[in-house]
Every structure is written in structure tokens, then in C-alpha cells.
Write a protein that binds this ligand. Structure first.
Ligand SMILES: Nc1nc2c(c(=O)[nH]1)N[C@H]1C(S)=C(S)[C@@H](COP(=O)(O)OP(=O)(O)OC[C@H]3O[C@@H](n4cnc5c(=O)[nH]c(N)nc54)[C@H](O)[C@@H]3O)O[C@H]1N2
Ligand SMILES: Nc1nc2c(c(=O)[nH]1)N[C@H]1C(S)=C(S)[C@@H](COP(=O)(O)OP(=O)(O)OC[C@H]3O[C@@H](n4cnc5c(=O)[nH]c(N)nc54)[C@H](O)[C@@H]3O)O[C@H]1N2
Ligand SMILES: [Mo]
Length: 709
């Protein structure tokens, strides 16, 4: 971005940087609107402490840190370090050192109770890699593909299809298609991305397992797969073939509400190209049997051999990662969750974390080993965690809740201390993180981001990392950051931390710093090397638990159980990221609209803009309707993470709510990552009778929040 500083020292204008090697001048609405958020009158500029009467009062930063440390210390003393948990939200993923620093801090503390939004997002990708194994040299990339299949993923709005389209997606997609790329989209909504598709399947939501099983079946039956690759690198093909046999084109078409012809078109288009890949976003990772959906997506990639082979060059081996030899071989399935430690409900670790789907239980279940204190950094668990009513109950039951948070969010309003952080442009940072670069960028681009403005005059805001250093110092922790012990007398500078973090990087930190606008680095071609001597791992296509899940799926049907009328599906809205209305467009609409097909609206007897009641069986909310022809009939498409606390006065009559209220943690929960069903949720949609709804909803919530509920 190019930021123009105004006379008041704040940013007066933001625009994309046309010279920038990654974005090439493109900036999305959210980025361009960031000034409204950072200079919002609602931004918190002073640490706050909750008083006994529930109100918040400003407190000096170092005093706040002293008090927090004292209370954490007392909890550790009385119950051990495992009574302290940490929840990290989405923004820390884009904050240089934090992704390394937070787990390091937890390790120093001695608590495994680290959670993040990653486990209620697309952790199915990790589950698959850990059950199937993965190809060391990676899959084909968007840039060198002839076909891509996107299931439940809308990068034209989300800009978040990893490895696919993370900047200027519309332009890049159009250019790729002009060059011959074929696009297959599988989505119950004719999404912005689907409009560009060569093949678009609009199935009943939640039936992706059937659809993918049908495609795989057909590809194997007709010999459209890469038999040579399968011969050497996969295990379990026969077992898979057998278990998938019932997924005939006719059965799949019926179950998914598509035609057998469309299924064949997709299977043929995908398998007949030489290069390409299949990918799923939140539409796949949040539905029923989400780990299985992801597994079958990777089966498609595996049987079609969609991997970078020996002798090919690697377009972005990583600017900030340590150089390594990249090989044409399978890395084995590791299943970290099968060993210790375990959370309180028996889940193991995935990517070093416990699943957020189980966080409320870790806090609420009675017992000496409860999580009693929680640090929330850049997250809003009160609106994003499954089963919102339970999540809020858990947050409110904590002995200590500390939020590093720039706004008075639903979560922050439950906190004992709120520490407002420096925001982008006010802090030193790096673009991408080591290991994460290739996810976002096709070219070896790197950038050091100096702070370009001071935080607002008179404010007392912190660098997120400083909190962890300050706590470690006060709690007497032996704090190693990225394997290097930190000086616990003098706080490091952000540059000190980055220099440690990037000490093994392909591009040395000092060199990175020399290009303030970022640089596409050139290094000698990195070529995929042949497998190591004796490497004989194979991709596990049919582990027992996967086959079991397939059989369990087959025993379900696509029928909506009575009295439900629709399925609520996820979507992202252009102007706002998650709950961040304050930062993205500076205001928030005050509504969480329900998008319904016009024919469904007519059937319900409501006009666009009228209110409907949406009843999940446990909770009822009221929503404003929007007529949307792109939505499949029988589905209601609603974005996530909006609104405030569901149990505060007047909440039931608000038209802004979080769909996490509908998400259940007592049924349809995945093994391994405790991922609940967050899309394709059965709901009953009826024309709203405002008075009745308000009473019902508040009654439901009171029941839910009652002790012992
Ligand atoms: N503007 C904006 N951008 C964002 C965000 C935001 O809130 N706003 N959030 C960011 C975050 S945190 C994330 S994780 C990413 C997510 O990025 P994406 O994964 O691309 O998420 P969505 O844009 O919601 O696209 C999901 C698609 O799945 C479809 N879908 C829903 N249910 C099903 C189903 O059962 N089966 C199938 N096949 N499809 C289904 C929906 O109709 C929708 O088109 O976006 C990021 N980018
Ligand atoms: N039902 C349902 N539930 C969902 C989803 C869904 O689709 N449906 N989506 C899930 C997904 S994919 C995700 S990622 C989560 C999102 O869940 P969260 O990540 O918890 O949601 P955000 O709104 O992104 O919260 C980020 C918080 O960080 C604050 N923040 C912004 N910038 C900074 C910063 O620089 N520093 C700090 N310290 N804080 C900052 C913001 O003000 C905001 O309060 O929700 C999940 N929950
Ligand atoms: Mo996400």
C-alpha cells in the first residue's frame, strides 16, 4: 500500500502500490477502508480494567501488566500452568513474529491449552495431511495449472483460497482462463467465482462426500487416473475403490440434486487435464464429514498425480524460510493427536493446538484441571466459537480473561483487562511469515514493513509481542523465542525479534530490510530433487478411520429432518472480515442479512427486506431477507461472526447475530479436530411475527444460560 501521511501525522490516504511485486497495485475494499477503523472514535487507546460493578476504567499499561501477572501467577500457583489458556484469532496470522512467539510462550509457561481460529476454519487440511501424508514438493500451482476445482471456496470475495488467488483474484482468474485454464466450481450458491466457471455444479449443501466419491469412482472405473503415479506412491486404492462402489452416478446425482451428466463433465474435465488441482475452502471444511470431504479432495489430487515431480523448478521456495532440499517423495502420515497430551474431553493436538471446538468444555467442565484464565489475542471467541451461548457462558465463567484487542467487542466486554494493540502501519512487521509465503505468493516476494505512523497522540497501545515478553519476565519464565533465549532484563525491539526469527532465512534479514517497497528476489532455480535413498512412504488413501467415516456418511441421507425447511450455509461478505466491522468499513450495518432464493421468499410469503425467523431447534433469531438468485433453493446463505453477546438485554430483537448460535457441539462433531458442522445447518425459516419471536428467542437463551444447562 502507499500511505499518504496527513498534517496531523495520521494516514490521510491509502492506495495500492502499482510497483508492488505481489499485489501490483490491487487493494481490496477492506484494506482501503482501514483508515476509518484505525482512526475510529470507537478505537480503544488506553488499557482498561473491569471494576467490581462491571464498568471499565482506564489503567496504566505497566500497572495493568503487573496486575495481570499477579493474577496469572496466583492461578498458576494454585492450579498449575495448565489452568492458563491462550486463544489466538485471525489477525495474529498476519502479525510477523506472533505465530512463533505465542506457542513459544505457552511452552515456557508449561501449558498445552493453546487454541486458535485455525481449528474452526480449515484444519481439515491438516487432518488430511496427517492421515494421508503429503507430497514434499507440493501440488501444482494455480499459475501452472490447466484445470482447478474449487469446492466451497469463493476467492473472488474471500481472497483466501490458499495457493490459489489471494490478490486481485478477478483479474488473475480472467487472465488464466484466457490462457486456457478450466475452472470447476462446486457450490450450492452460484458464487462470484462460479460465474467464471467452465463447469459449475450446484449441489444440495452438505453432500460433498457423495459428489467427490462419485467423481473418484468414475475416474478410477474409466481409467482416467494416473496409474503410474498410483503404482509407486499410493496405498489403499483397492480398499477405497470397494468402499466407494455404492456411489454410482445415479445415486450421487439423486443425493446431491445434480445430474449424472454434470458429474461426468466435472470428472472428465478434472482428470483429462495434465496439470491442476482440487481445493476446498470453508464450504468443504465446515460441512458434515468435513475431514472426509478434504480427504477425498486430496484423493482426487493423488490419483491424478497432481504433484511437482523431480526436475521441475519450484516457483517460490520461500524468501523467509530456511533453504532446504525439496524432494519428489511422500512425507508420512504422522497422526499427532494419537499421542499425549490430551485436552479435557480427550482430543489430542493438531498442529500443536487443542481444537477450539472443545475450548468451552475445557473451561466449563467441572474439575480441578479446568482452564481458568484465558488470554485472547486478536480474536473474538464470543461470536466465532461454535455454540455461541455455551462459548459466552465459558468466557464469563473464567477467573481471568485478558484481551489484546482494539475495540470493545463482544469478547472484550467480558474481559477483566483489555490491552489495545498497535495496528498495522503503526507497528513493524513483515509480509507473510516463514513457511507461509508460498501459501500466498507464487513468486519469491518478500517485504519488511516499517511503522509509518505513530499510534494516536496520548494513546497507550502495545505491540502484541510485548505482552508475552512482559508476562514472561514477571512470571519468571525461561523464555526462548524461535530457539533463542531472550534477554529478560531489557525488552527486545521488533527488529531484534525479526532478526532472530529470520536468522536462517534464504534472504538475510538485513537484505530484506533494504527494500522498503518489497522485492521479488531472484535466486538460483530451485529444482525438485529425486527421492532420498530408501524413501518408500506412500499416500494413505484408505486408512481405517477414513473408511469408517465413509460408511457412516453412506448411512446418512440428504433429507432435511422435520420441522426444518432450509439449510444455513456459510458465506463471506465483501466489505468486512469476520466480526471486524469496526476495522473494515468503520461502522457495521447492524444487520446480518439472510440471503434466500426469490422463489423461496415467495413460498414464505415475504418480500425482500421483510423479516424472517430462523430457528435452529435451539435458538431463534430474526433476520432481514435479501433476494438472491444465486442461492440454491432450500438454502439460506448467511455470513458469520456478527452481532454482540446473545444474552444481553435486547439481543433477541436485534437483527444482527452470529451464526455460531446455530452451531452445535453435541452432535455432528468430527473426530480428531472437534470440528462441528458449521455449514449446511438445518434451520426452520418462517415469516416473522416480530413480537412472538422476541419472546421466544430470549426464553431460549435464558434456558441455555441457566446453570447446569
Ligand atoms: N471479504 C471477506 N473476506 C474474507 C473473510 C471475510 O469475512 N470477508 N474471511 C476470511 C476468512 S477468516 C476465511 S477462513 C476465508 C474463507 O474463504 P472461503 O473458503 O473462500 O469462504 P467463502 O467466501 O465463505 O466461500 C465459501 C463458499 O462455500 C459455499 N458453501 C457453503 N456450504 C457449502 C457446502 O456444504 N458445500 C459446498 N460445496 N459449498 C458450500 C458457500 O456458498 C460459499 O460460496 O475468507 C477470508 N476472507
Ligand atoms: N458459524 C460460523 N462460525 C465461524 C465461521 C463461520 O463461517 N461460521 N468462520 C470461522 C472462521 S474461518 C474464523 S477465521 C473465525 C474468525 O474468528 P476471529 O478471528 O476470532 O474473528 P475476527 O473478527 O477476525 O476477530 C479478530 C479480532 O481481532 C481484532 N484485531 C484486528 N486487528 C488487530 C491487531 O492488529 N491486533 C490485535 N491484537 N487485534 C486485532 C479485531 O478487532 C477483532 O475483534 O470464525 C469462525 N467461526
Ligand atoms: Mo477463517
Amino acid at each position: 500500500m502507499i500511505a499518504t501521511r496527513g498534517e496531523d501525522g495520521r494516514i490521510a490516504r491509502l492506495r495500492g502500490d502499482p510497483e508492488h511485486g505481489h499485489s501490483r497495485g490491487y487493494a481490496c475494499a477492506k484494506g482501503l477502508n482501514f483508515i476509518a477503523g484505525m482512526d475510529s472514535p470507537r478505537r480503544l487507546l488506553q488499557p482498561l480494567k473491569r471494576m467490581p460493578d462491571g464498568s471499565f476504567t482506564p489503567i496504566d499499561l505497566e500497572t495493568a501488566l503487573d496486575e495481570i501477572a499477579e493474577r496469572l501467577g496466583a492461578i498458576r500457583e494454585a492450579h498449575g500452568p495448565k489452568a492458563i489458556g491462550l486463544f489466538s484469532g485471525t489477525p495474529p496470522n498476519f502479525n510477523g513474529v506472533l505465530m512463533q512467539l505465542m506457542p513459544d510462550w505457552m511452552k515456557a509457561l508449561g501449558s498445552p491449552f493453546k487454541y486458535s481460529t485455525a481449528t474452526i476454519d480449515q484444519s481439515s487440511h491438516w487432518v488430511t495431511a496427517s492421515r494421508m501424508g503429503y507430497w514434499d514438493a507440493g501440488k501444482h500451482r494455480f499459475e501452472d495449472s490447466e484445470v482447478i476445482l474449487l469446492l466451497g471456496c469463493n476467492p473472488l470475495v474471500s481472497m483466501a483460497a490458499y495457493y490459489v488467488l489471494t490478490s486481485n483474484p478477478a483479474k488473475r482468474l480472467k487472465a488464466a482462463r484466457a490462457g486456457g485454464l478450466k475452472l470447476i466450481v462446486i457450490d450450492p450458491r452460484r458464487s462470484e467465482t462460479a460465474r467464471h466457471a467452465d463447469c459449475f455444479l450446484q449441489p444440495i449443501p452438505g453432500q460433498d462426500v457423495a459428489l467427490l466419491a462419485g467423481m473418484i469412482n468414475m475416474i478410477l472405473a474409466r481409467g482416467w487416473h494416473d496409474a503410474g503415479f498410483c503404482e509407486t506412491y499410493v496405498d489403499g486404492l483397492d480398499a477405497l475403490r470397494q468402499t466407494l462402489a455404492p456411489f454410482t452416478p445415479e445415486y450421487v446425482a439423486e443425493r446431491c440434486g445434480i445430474t449424472a451428466q454434470d458429474l461426468e463433465t466435472a470428472a472428465k474435465m478434472f482428470s483429462h487435464a495434465r496439470r491442476g488441482f482440487a481445493h476446498t475452502g470453508t464450504g468443504g471444511s465446515m460441512g458434515p464429514f468435513s475431514n472426509l470431504v478434504d480427504h477425498l479432495i486430496e484423493v482426487l489430487n493423488a490419483i491424478c498425480g497432481r504433484f511437482r515431480r523431480a526436475g521441475e523448478s519450484v516457483p517460490n521456495p520461500g524468501v523467509l524460510s530456511a533453504p532446504r532440499t525439496i524432494r519428489a517423495q511422500v512425507r508420512p502420515a504422522v497422526r499427532p493427536w494419537e499421542s499425549e497430551p490430551r485436552n479435557r474431553t480427550g482430543y489430542g493436538l493438531i498442529m500443536g493446538e487443542f481444537p477450539s471446538g472443545a475450548m468451552a468444555d475445557d473451561i466449563l467442565l467441572p474439575g480441578e484441571d479446568r482452564v481458568r484464565a484465558l488470554i485472547v489475542d486478536g480474536g473474538n471467541p464470543a461470536v466465532c466459537i461454535p455454540d455461541q451461548a455455551k462459548a459466552v457462558r465459558a468466557l464469563k465463567s473464567l477467573e481471568l480473561l485478558v484481551c489484546i484487542e482494539p475495540f470493545m467487542t463482544a469478547t472484550a466486554s467480558c474481559a477483566d483487562y483489555i490491552l489495545p494493540p498497535k495496528l498495522m502501519y503503526e507497528r513493524i512487521d513483515i509480509l507473510f511469515s516463514p513457511g507461509g509465503e508460498a501459501v500466498h505468493a507464487a513468486t519469491p516476494f518478500g517485504q519488511y514493513l516499517p511503522a509509518v505512523v505513530e499510534p494516536p497522540a496520548g494513546s497507550q497501545v502495545i505491540d502484541d509481542w510485548y505482552f508475552y515478553w512482559a508476562m514472561a519476565k514477571r512470571l519468571g519464565l525461561q523464555f526462548e523465542f524461535a530457539g533463542v533465549p531472550l534477554d529478560m532484563d531489557t525488552p527486545p525491539t521488533p527488529d531484534d525479534l525479526l532478526a532472530i526469527y529470520l536468522r536462517n532465512a534464504r534472504i538475510p534479514f538485513d537484505e530484506l530490510k533494504r527494500y522498503p517497497g518489497g522485492k521479488t528476489f531472484e535466486f538460483e532455480d530451485v529444482i525438485v530433487q529425486p527421492a532420498e535413498e530408501g524413501a518408500d512412504h506412500r499416500l494413505q488413501l484408505a486408512p481405517d478411520d477414513v473408511l469408517e467415516e465413509l460408511r457412516a456418511f453412506q448411512a446418512t441421507t440428504a433429507d432435511l429432518p422435520a420441522p426444518f425447511t432450509h439449510r444455513q450455509v456459510v458465506r463471506r461478505e465483501r466489505g468486512v472480515v469476520n466480526s471486524q466491522t469496526d476495522l473494515s468499513d468503520g461502522r457495521g450495518s447492524g444487520q446480518t442479512p439472510a440471503y434466500l432464493h426469490p422463489a423461496d421468499l415467495t413460498a414464505l410469503g415475504v418480500a425482500p427486506g421483510d423479516l424472517v425467523d430462523i430457528d435452529s431447534g435451539k435458538h431463534v433469531v430474526q433476520a432481514v431477507t435479501v433476494a438472491d438468485e444465486t442461492v440454491r433453493q432450500g438454502t439460506v446463505s448467511i455470513t458469520h461472526c456478527r452481532g454482540g453477546l446473545p444474552d444481553e438485554p435486547g439481543a433477541a430483537s436485534r437483527l444482527e447475530f452470529a451464526t455460531s448460535l446455530f452451531v452445535r457441539t453435541d452432535q455432528n462433531v468430527e473426530a480428531v479436530n472437534a470440528m462441528p458442522m458449521m455449514t449446511s445447518i438445518p434451520v426452520r425459516v418462517t415469516r416473522s411475527d416480530a413480537v412472538k419471536t422476541t419472546a421466544n428467542a430470549s426464553q431460549e437463551l435464558t434456558e441455555e444460560t441457566a446453570p447446569g444447562a
